[in-house]
Each structure stands twice: as structure tokens, then as C-alpha cells.
Write a protein that binds this ligand. Sequence first.
Ligand code: MSP
Length: 649
Amino acid sequence: MGDTKKTYYITTPIYYPSAKLHIGHTYCTSVADTIARFKRLAGYDVRFLTGSDEHGQKIQRAAEAQGITPLEYTTNIVNGFKALWEKMHISNDDFIRTTDERHEKVVQELFTKAYEKGDIYKAEYEGWYCTPCESFWTEQKLGENHTCPDCGRPVERVKEESYFFKLGKYTEQWLKFIEENPDFIQPESRRNEMIQFVKQGLEDLAVSRTSFDWGIKLPFDPKHVVYVWFDALVNYISALHPFDGDGELYKKFWPADLHLVGKEIVRFHTIIWPMMLMSLELPLPKKVFGHGWMIVDGTKMSKSLGNVIDPIPLIEIYGADSLRYYLLSEITLGNDGNFTLPNFVTKINADLSNDLGNLLNRTIAMIEKYHDGVITKTDDIDALDKEISSLAEQTVADFEAQMEAMELNKALKTVWAFIGRMNKYIDETMPWVLAKSSEDVDVLRLQSVMYHLAESLRIIAVLVSPVIPVGAPKIWEQLGLSGFEQVQLDDVRSWGAINTGTKVVKGEPIYPRFEIPEMVETVTVTEEVEETVDTSNVPPLKENITYDDFEKLDLRVAKVVSCEKVPKSKKLLKFVLDIGLEERTVLSGISQYYEPETMVGKKVIYLANLAPKKMMGIESYGMILSASDWEEHLEVTNIESLPAGSIVK
Ligand code: MSP
């Protein structure tokens, strides 16, 4: 029976255990979980995979620094991942580690297959490598001063014997595939980017390394380990045990329906991975969706900026549902999303505690008070009631269509519009007035109003369950219903399933209200705090200067009036500063660290009497001071995130 169901295989990226996961990772996994839960509700046989990407030089170095083996190092962190996903109520069916034997076996098998086919050959690699991104780059693609074009950090020169995969060989087949499958890469803007990338010409890809050994060994040349991305991408297949027994899981679920990934790794998933599969003559996944990034208080969240938010205290204080709801409702999938604590608390107070929580509390309290907790179905409905039941059916249909189209925040808006309508329905029908009357017509009317409230909450509970899986079953239970785990979307397509005699069960408010101020300090946890600084990198102190020397500097506080990118310059931002006496134009080479619009209104320290200098045809007066460490992290206003010893210049 079960086998006749449509299947749906969804994956998240497998995360690097190089650091604790932050709300950006939590966002990605929560989106995938919401889709997985929705698909189960819609009747699919779902397989939802997440995991950890544990090999590579970066991990080996981190383990060495702690004096433990790489596997000990990754196991500690991966246990943390699993605990986080449990706390977030992530419903993954499997968790793959690239250190699992099942995975290593499949990688070796597939690598050998491509090698035997002649698509992988041995040669010498000489070029540039970004270890944090585990990416190879050609000289032309590098940023200024030999930096990674993806993350901006310095790349390393690498020269070693390597096996190469003939990526270029699959260019035509790939372009044809993309043309025939216009929905494969989502959103569309990413698709165009990838087509441009491939059309510029692809070099063969180095797919093995010899300069370290923390990786999967090539069976036919064990001094080589498989390049981490070749290793990692295979997880989507190895998790399905393709070569065990008759490969039942693999046959059932491959090709994947959706790889959900962050925008910076779309390239690996839509170019390298499909080309690997083409070489292996295996079917390609049906869709890769590139989501945006979580931005915190206006700046990109990243470990190097020290503005990383730890989801655990947020979950502990506000609950998993709150965080999930905020991430899903605030961000349009594909765009970047902003996280600020006041916004977060305001949003969950308004939507969960007020709109949804109050609708439930008021409904249950009134049914208890007016009808001893018993729901009665009546045919005595009026035009307003009819409007409500039609709207409920329409809400389910719209919600489903929007979820299918991956418009997750729109789908939530649809449900919350219905919740809002039901709160208004209470105000319009004024049950407290009806309850005072003993006229038959009012008694019947009150029954109908209570029924409409309860029945709409039944439908709402099901629709919100993919996003707030903790609260949804509580709504169901308070309505006196059972069997929530088996409920399907089909059960709420039509109105009127609650039977007469159902008895509501009053419970605690499902979403308490939170005060905003007291939470602020508790929650923003930066990972940088936990990191130990390698003091061997701190630059030496300069020679002493006299007080008179210092007196010569005219340092001022200045306010940013405007800020924009200087055309054709990768580094420069053009600022107009209010320095109290006048406005000054200053160029500052910090474009890779700040989005210009986030600077407006900020106050900076400004050196006013530095001789003017012309750059890119613009005269720059004075200098904005910034602080930066020896790893090129730079701050203009938030020095808290930098280690001691950082240089101000
Ligand atoms: N290990 C690779 C993925 C291999 S998949 C075969 C990797 N790992 S990662 O841990 O660096 O990132 C995993 C995912 O987290 C990526 O999709 C990335 O986009 C996402 N995020 C990391 N920081 C993020 C934000 N600030 N916001 C949203 N998602 C972010 O890449």
C-alpha cells in the first residue's frame, strides 16, 4: 500500500563541523524541515536527509590545534549538531556523516568508476586554494591581493600531484540539460549566473589531494585523498545505500526532488554535482534551490565578523516554534533575511502569542464558559458563517499552492490572514452578548459561532504544523481531538469535521508573551568569544612617538551622511561625513566588509588633517579609522568582535 505513495526526497547541505552552528544553518535546516513536514502532510512518502561534512585540511588543522584526532574532533561537534536539530524539532529521517563507512565505500566506488571510464586522470596541480571554502581558483578568478572570490579570505598557493575530473567534457550536455529543465536551478537569477559561469569555460577539476590525509583514500592510489566536495556531494546518494542488497532505498528515492542549499554553494550543486552524475551515468536531482543568507542587525553574519548568533539560547528562552516561525515568516526564500532580537520578539509576540494564542484561548474559554466545554454542530448558519467556511476552504487551497511553489512566507501570511479574520469574527458576533440571551435564535447562534471558531482552529492547527510542530498538536488537543500524527492535508480540505459532543480541554497558553529588553544580553552569543587567539600572529608594536607627535593628529567623531560604492573599484566606498563644522568626502577601502547602506547614520572616528589624496578620480579628505586583525577581519564601529592586539589605522 505505502509503496504506491508518491515519494519526495529532500536534503540540506551537510555542514562542516568547523564551528558551532548558528542561526544561518538553523534557517536552512528549518526551511527544509518545513517543506518535508508539508510534503508528509500532503501525502508524500518523504525522506529528509541532513548530515555532516567531516573531511579536509581545515578540519585536520583544527583537530591538530586541539591535540585530538580529526574523528574525535568532528564527533564532538557533530553530536552538537544532532542535539541542535532535536531541540529545533527537525524531523530528518537520516543523518549522514562523511566518516560513515557506508559513505566512504560509495565515494570510493564512484570515484573508481569515473576513473575507469577515463573521466579522471592524474596530473600535476598548480594553482590557488581557499582552505575555508575548500575551493580551487584560477589566477583570473581571484579577488584583489590573492583573495578568494567567494569569501574574500587569502588563498594559498598549492602545487601537488592530483587526479583531475574532466568537467569541461560535460559542458554541452549540461547546457542542454539546463535548457530542457528550466526549473532545475532556482531562483532564476542563480540559474542565469550559473549559465554564465559555465559559458566562460570550465577547467578540469582537481579531485584529489596529497598534502594532508584526513579524507577518503583512493583505493587505487592511497596516498591521495578525495577532494572534499567530490566526497561531500556523494552523500546525497550514499545515504540511500545504493550498493547494499538490492539498493531498495536508492531505487525508491533517487533522484532527489530537492537539494536546498545556500546561495554560495549553488555552483557546486548545479555544475560540479550534475557533471559528476553525468559521468557516472546516474540521474540528476530534480531541483536545486539556492536560499539567501541570514543577516544580523544589517550585516552579513559570519564567524569572521563575530556577529554570529547561537540558536540554542534563543530556543531555550523562546522555544523552537518561535525561532522557526520567525525564520520562515520573515524571509522570502531566495532573498537574504535580517535578524534582530527586537524584531524577533515583536513578531512572535504579535503573531504567535496575540493572534494565534489569543484566538485559541478565547475560543476554548468561551466554549467552556457557555457550553460546559462541549462543541455542538448546528445547521443553523448565517451568511457570515458561510463566508468563514468558504474562506477556510480557500485558505487551505491557497496555502497548498503557495507551499508547492516554495513561497513559504506567503503561505504563512495566508494562514495568518485567516487567523486575523477569525479574531475579527469574535468581535463581530459578540458571543458574550449572545450568551446573555435565552432566545432560541441566540442560543443557536452562539452554538454556531463556537462551532465556527473551533472548526477553523482545527484547520489552522494542521496548516501551521509544518512550521510550528510543538504548538500545533497542542491546539488539536485543546480542541478535544486526537490522532494528530495521522492527520493529512486532505482532512482539512473541507469544512465540518468536528463532531457534536467533542469536549474541549483547556490548557496553558501555547505561546507566552515576552518582554523585549530583558532578553537582549542573554541571547547574542558570539563564537569569537570561545576562540583562543593565536598570539604568534599579533604584529609587533611600533616605535614610541612623542606626545607632540600625537597632538598633531586631528581626530574627530563624524557621522555618515551618505555612503556609496565607487564605480569600478572593488574596495572603495565613498563617504560623505558630517564633521560638525562642515561635510567632508572621504574614500575608504572597506567595500568588502560593509554594505554601503548599512553605514548611513553610523558614527566613526575620523582623522581630519590627513593631506587630501585623489583615488579613482575622486579627491579624498582625511581618513576613517578602522580596526583589523591579522586575518583581515575589519571593523569600523564594532571593535568588540576583534581580538586584543588588532591594529587601528
Ligand atoms: N559542507 C559544505 C556543504 C556540502 S553539501 C554537499 C558547506 N558547509 S557549511 O557548514 O559551510 O554551510 C552549510 C550551509 O549553511 C550552506 O548552505 C550555507 O549557505 C548555509 N549557511 C551558512 N551561513 C549562513 C547564513 N548566515 N545564512 C544562511 N545560511 C547560511 O558549505
